[in-house]
Write a protein that binds this ligand. Sequence first.
Ligand SMILES: *Cc1c(COP(=O)(O)O)cnc(C)c1O
Length: 248
Amino acid sequence: MDRTEDTAALAARKDELAANLARVEERISSACASVGRAREEVTPIVVTKTYPASDVRLLAGLGVRHVAENRDQDAAPKAAASADLPLTWHFVGQLQTNKVRSVVGYADVVQSVDRLKLVGSLSSAAVRAGREVGCLLQVALDAEVGARGERGGVSPDGVEELAAAVAAAPGLRLDGLMTVAPLAGAYAGRQRAAFDRLVEISTRLRTAHPAATMVSAGMSADLDEAVAAGATHVRVGTAVLGARPRLG
Ligand SMILES: *Cc1c(COP(=O)(O)O)cnc(C)c1O
């Protein structure tokens, strides 16, 4: 493309993203209104995985302040290319300990903390980098007692121990909980019940950790149920950016 076509393509993409953001905003507002919540209680996080850094830049220009990624190898270069933008970066994917050092370099919040070993690595990396990293415990509502979810996540009975470990770890801040509505098991097809359960677990968590107020739940397909249940953060990918070009 020459420069004129390039500029036209970017302008068209910006219009598309603006229209999609407006639709998501409308959904969040009406979900808030339907249960008497104030609109400000919910923060959208735009999941930019598989989309280029140019989209991140357009989103920032449209007022988006929170973005999320799920794979370090894609996220690291995108975050580097966006370092001048006023964005908070969330990491929402399953995290291997060998990627922790890289992730801590750009992530303000890691939403997928689901095991003690990860707490140890995140803490050492955060201390070494001189950063404070916000942590959400990813809860697998369909995991058996003492097990982890298929897509990551600690089982509800493991939340207390993991929360205590994060709260005690240098360089880490316990911010709250995250979940992905289960596709199988007792909560399959029952998003609202799943999100109600997460909010219940959050209420219990806050008796010991009052500052851990974040409840990250709901994606493009079910953000309305999540907001109605009490989510403070929704993670929206396809509803803003379009159907993903490849699995991610
Ligand atoms: C991809 C992803 C999302 C966004 O999903 P959409 O259906 O595209 O809105 C949210 N949370 C996590 C953990 C993801 O990996």
